[in-house]
Design a protein. Structure first.
Length: 451
């Protein structure tokens, strides 16, 4: 007997879409395809997929979901991993938020805390690193081969330090992720703004700040032979700047962007104000279209949510003073539905491209493929069924406990119907049936199995 049989689904992968069935046993996929030798009588539970699309569970590699020193009560990895699960995200690789995670001891304590709260499997990234002599080997021994630093405040490392740091990480087989903006340009832009009005915020993050830093980071990676990952690139021009290093450098560079940079431009800041406060700032409508083109043509390697949770009442304060709320948007629960509604259903991307962007490539980049990111025999049984449905986005219908979404009122055409995590049905229609602590830490090794 198999534990679960999902019949009559369109099984999507980067190589194509196949109509068939999926059998699950012992938390893994045991049979997949059109002609599997499993029938309803062989299964403890059967789900009729009714021709829905079945996708591998989403792997989100950029999110901020737990910080005891920053987030208020109720916003922690338990509530936020629930939100992720409701939206079809079954695995994450999480970054620090405000509190640095830059020693083996801090990594270990962080992992132990999250293990008690996790509704989904997770990996970690050492972050907010400003000391180029950080204990790289010790952190990697904890199963964390990725490190994040900044070219800008609040955790800015000088160029010489970044080069030294990248050299050490590259030699150890790790990867460096970089928040890439030029601090000098940011300072100049902000010095010329004398207003608390929310509409001015995008002007604090000029396009040129991103272009300069992405280029420098690419050269740093090339010079030090260190794999580099510029995070949350906010513009099509920024993506093209990073793309240069794909063709000229032997060192891998991966290009990440986020749904909110495809959904909104700087013109939307006047209407949505503090509910679009994010760093890097939103760019022009022309840059949004250029970014969509880069997503369509394969230049962008992966999409990530950059999820940053806050309560609605805290965000509302930004209408009076845009400088008061933290920058960052909740988006882990809505990422998949947005990309299907505005990407696949609008014929900007295919189902195959979608799976590459949110499941397969993030899993490969993180060193956890094919355990994650694929519907294939032997992989972890993480799967999402999609319902074609026209509806109006509302925070009231989300599992996210912050009470708001920047996508409020948008008209979309795809909903996450059923989420299977580890072989168990864990969410239906954004209602989660799961317990904290079921998710596991995924230790990851050096870069050998990536890219």
């Amino acid at each position: 007997m198999v534990d679960l049989l999902i019949e009559d689904v369109n099984i999507a992968s980067p190589s194509g879409v196949e109509r068939g069935s999926v059998a699950i046993e012992g938390g893994e996929f045991s049979a997949v395809g059109a002609d599997i030798d499993v029938t309803a009588s062989d299964a403890d539970r059967v789900i009729d997929g009714e021709g829905r699309y079945a996708l591998p569970g989403v792997v989100d590699v950029h999110n901020h979901m737990h910080d005891d020193e920053l987030f208020p009560e109720g916003i922690d990895f338990a509530s936020q991993s629930q939100s992720a699960l409701a939206g079809g995200v079954t695995s994450v690789v999480m970054l620090p938020t405000q509190t640095p995670k830059d020693t083996p001891e801090r990594i270990r304590e962080w992992r132990e805390t999250l293990e008690e709260l996790a509704h989904i499997d997770f990996g970690l990234i050492a972050g907010n690193i400003q000391d180029p002599q950080v204990d790289v080997e010790g952190i990697m021994a904890e199963g964390v081969p990725d490190f994040k630093t900044f070219t800008a405040e609040p955790y800015q490392m000088e160029d010489s330090g970044i080069v030294t740091f990248m050299e050490r990480v590259g030699e150890a087989g790790g990867k460096v992720r970089v928040h890439s903006e030029n601090q000098g340009i940011l300072d100049h832009a902000r010095e010329n703004i004398d207003s608390d009005d929310p509409a001015v915020y995008p002007k604090t993050g000029p396009l040129e700040a991103e272009l300069d830093a992405v280029s420098r980071v690419g050269f740093f990676g090339e010079y030090t032979d260190c794999p580099v990952h510029p995070v949350h690139i906010s513009s099509g021009s920024g993506v093209r700047e990073a793309e240069r290093f794909k063709s000229r450098a032997k060192t891998p560079i991966t290009i990440e962007s986020c749904p909110h940079y495809l959904a909104f431009s700087e013109d939307d800041a006047e209407e949505l104000g503090p509910f679009l406060k994010v760093n890097p700032g939103l760019k022009s409508e022309e840059e949004v279209e250029r970014l969509w083109t880069a997503v369509e043509d394969g230049t962008v390697d992966l999409m990530a949510s950059e999820h940053f949770p806050t309560y609605k009442e805290e965000r509302e304060k930004g209408w009076d003073d845009i400088w008061e709320p933290y920058a960052g948007l909740p988006g882990i629960e809505t990422m998949l539905e947005f990309l299907i509604s505005e990407g696949v259903h609008e014929e900007r991307i295919t189902w195959e491209r979608l799976v590459e962007l949110v499941s397969a490539r993030p899993a490969r980049e993180s060193g956890i493929y094919p355990r994650k990111g694929a519907i294939r025999v032997g992989s972890d049984a993480d799967l999402v069924l999609i319902e074609d449905e026209d509806y109006t986005v509302s925070a009231d219908e989300l599992a996210f406990n912050g009470g708001w979404t920047p996508y409020e009122g948008m008209e979309w055409s795809a909903k996450v119907k059923t989420v299977v995590r580890g072989g168990e049905v864990a969410a239906e229609d954004h209602v989660v049936d799961s317990e904290p602590g079921v998710g596991e830490f995924i230790p990851r090794g050096p870069k050998a199995d990536r890219f």
